[in-house]
Write a protein of this length. Structure first.
Length: 302
């Protein structure tokens, strides 16, 4: 019986993850020619092309898409086996691809990374920031942070903490326009909207007794990033629903105030998500555990 070409499958997994023969070569510390030969060897063995190649673009073929997840698991299991066999003597090495929401990533993830990288000189991090929902598997990501009520999916999710949200406004806005007493009053106020809410045209609020109210917001500005709303919010142009991790300093300094304290948007949480399958490479586990500890203990998470 002829053994599978494990080396070629590992190289294929790296190319599929990075979307580049050159990047895979850098990650593996081999020449681009070695990567090309390994993939060509594998294609000859299975009798099918794994990539569509042009001078500007690399894309998986149907055969490549079908083989990608199994190859990634094979590579992860091989890395885990080596880690276990070395009894933890070797420090984690390699690249971790991490996806996070834009504002949260800039404010609360990026400041954590220097200490982690200093403690793990063999690791590199490819941080991708976007408020859109990222396809971790299709995008080749090892790890993601998501702030939402997560739907059922094949991803593995670890809940880190509740993310509280509040309706807020600047003192100047409230002095000029008054305070709404009930969510229905928001129909008569300027509201600043966040486009990536599950229902941006409807704001849901819950009272402590479980009563639900829905407001239909309208106002001068809607954006697909919460940071973009902050200047207008502080300038007194309207009210907005914002997460506490965005508001922490503004509330403490009095630049913003909570409105409708008896009502709150439905709860959401910060989750750490990873593609399915075990075991995870040591490099991914190291970053996941570090982020879980640090973010769970953040002041706004308490």
């Amino acid at each position: 019986m002829k053994l599978p070409d494990f080396e070629a499958w590992g190289v294929f997994a790296k190319v599929a993850e990075s979307g580049s023969f050159g990047q895979a070569a850098r990650d593996l510390a081999v020449s681009p020619g070695t990567v090309s030969k390994a993939v060509a060897r594998l294609e000859a063995r299975i009798g099918a092309r794994l990539f569509h190649r042009t001078s500007r673009r690399l894309a998986l073929t149907e055969a490549g898409l079908a083989a990608r997840d199994a190859a990634a698991r094979l590579l992860a299991e091989g890395e885990a086996a080596e880690t276990q066999a070395s009894a933890g003597a070797a420090a984690p090495r390699g690249r971790v691809r991490l996806a996070a929401p834009m504002s949260f990533g800039v404010m609360h993830v990026a400041p954590l990374l220097p200490d982690f990288l200093a403690a793990h000189p063999g690791l590199t991090i490819d941080l991708h920031l976007s408020d859109a929902v990222i396809d971790l598997i299709g995008g080749g990501f090892d790890l993601g942070l998501r702030i939402a009520a997560l739907p059922d999916s094949s991803l593995r999710a670890r809940r880190l903490c509740t993310v509280h949200r509040s309706l807020v406004a600047a003192p100047a806005y409230l002095a000029a326009h008054g305070r709404p007493a009930h969510p229905r009053d928001l129909a008569h106020h300027a509201c600043l909207g966040y486009a990536y809410l599950p229902s941006p045209d409807r704001w849901r609020f819950l009272a402590p007794d479980g009563t639900e109210a829905v407001a239909v917001p309208g106002g001068p500005l809607r954006a697909n990033n919460a940071d973009a709303l902050a200047p207008a919010l502080r300038a007194g142009l309207g009210l907005a629903v914002q997460p506490d991790f965005m508001l922490w300093d503004d509330l403490a300094m009095g630049r913003l105030e909570r409105v409708l304290p008896g009502w709150s948007p439905p709860p959401i949480a910060l989750h750490l998500v990873t593609p399915p399958g075990d075991p995870r490479p040591a490099r991914v586990t190291a970053l996941a555990e570090y982020l879980a500890r640090a973010l769970s203990a953040a002041p706004w998470a308490q």
